[in-house]
Design a protein around this ligand. Structure first.
Ligand code: PBG
Length: 332
């Protein structure tokens, strides 16, 4: 018998048994890698399902506190809060964002009361849940989102949220210069340890639709967000955005959406070595749910394969509406 033709290297050898596959696994996912986005609505005892996000609801403040406790029990380190502001409180200038007693601030306080420091509270800095036009900032007469005046409001929004107890403020607006302005204001007001996770590379994406339903801004939005969110064709530009936000004082950066932008995550990790988080956005969640419902694959397997891809590409963690399911699967 000739042995001249055997493969010099048998890559399958280490895959032959489960113990060996576990031993050779290069990347791991744990509940500590998950950030759970939650939608808040007015009222008490309210659970209001989001039709375009099967399995996701808007909770009143009391319910948000319960969800946060569940997150703690599952080993999820952080929740991200998003308000569904009542229509009558939305305005052209989004002034409700600066009300220290707004839905968001009450939710922050309720989570803090329920969980103490067992959980991080991440809050979104942008005006879209508060404006009557659904854009993230202030408009000029032509409907263009103006940069510097918007940044001035975002700074106040960040301070209001930090006062209420936010641990991480996350500007998702894509205005220029906002990370520096927010950092300076936090420092000057004694919030030295409030972190900034900047939505540094946020694309003008078709995957945000269900989120806009959930916060009630979708029906209001006229036009698109392409004058501030990025063109999906660009990656070098994302690296410039990320470099700027790091220089301006971001503690961590986000790439959003997730799966379609793994190259940006990878390049960011290689070039800057900073903590990176992917936002597996609402449309990505809905596609997994729709795929599973259509019998295309097993929901849990589809989810876990996508989540590990973020870790493999270099993420420190993932914002995902599937966080509680993933944490349970991971034994949290
Ligand atoms: C608001 C914001 C959006 C998302 C997070 N923060 C929507 C948008 O930019 O229109 C999307 C999240 C998701 O789709 O899950 N600035």
């Amino acid at each position: 018998m000739s042995n001249a033709s055997y493969p010099a290297t048998r890559m399958r050898r280490t895959r032959a048994h489960d113990w060996s596959r576990r031993m050779h696994r290069e990347t791991v996912l744990t509940p500590a890698d998950l950030i759970w986005p939650l939608f808040v609505t007015e009222g008490s005892g309210v659970e209001d399902p989001v039709a375009s996000l099967p399995g996701v609801s808007r909770w009143s403040v009391d319910g948000i506190a319960k969800q946060a406790k569940e997150a703690v029990a599952l080993g999820i380190p952080c929740v991200a809060l998003f308000p569904n502001t009542p229509a009558e409180k939305r305005s052209d200038d989004g002034a409700e964002a600066l009300n220290p007693d707004n839905l968001m601030c009450r939710a922050i306080k309720a989570v803090r009361d329920a969980c103490g420091s067992d959980i991080g509270i991440l809050t979104d800095i942008a005006l879209d849940p508060y404006t009557s036009h659904g854009q993230d900032g202030l408009l000029d007469d032509h409907g263009y989102v103006v940069n510097d005046d918007t940044v001035a409001v975002l700074v106040d929004q960040a301070l209001v949220q930090a006062e209420a107890g936010a641990d991480i403020v996350a500007p998702s607006d894509m205005m220029d210069g906002r990370v520096k302005a927010i950092r300076m204001a936090l420092e000057m007001n004694g919030h030295h340890n409030v972190q900034i996770m900047s939505y540094a590379a946020k694309y003008a994406s078709a995957f945000y639709g269900p989120f806009r339903d959930a916060v009630g801004s979708g029906g209001l939005l006229k036009g698109d967000k392409k004058s501030y969110q990025m063109d999906p064709a660009n990656a070098d530009e994302a690296l410039r955005e990320i470099a700027l936000d790091i220089a301006e004082g971001a503690d961590s950066v986000m790439v959003k959406p997730g799966l379609a932008y793994l190259d940006v995550i990878w390049r960011t990790k290689q070039e800057f070595g900073v903590p990176i988080y992917a936002y597996q956005v609402s449309g990505e969640y809905a596609l997994i749910e729709a795929g599973a419902a259509a019998g295309i694959g097993d929901r849990e397997a589809l989810l876990m394969e996508k989540l590990i891809a973020f870790k493999r590409a270099g993420c420190s963690g993932v914002l995902t509406y599937h966080a509680p399911l993933a944490a349970r699967l991971l034994g949290g």
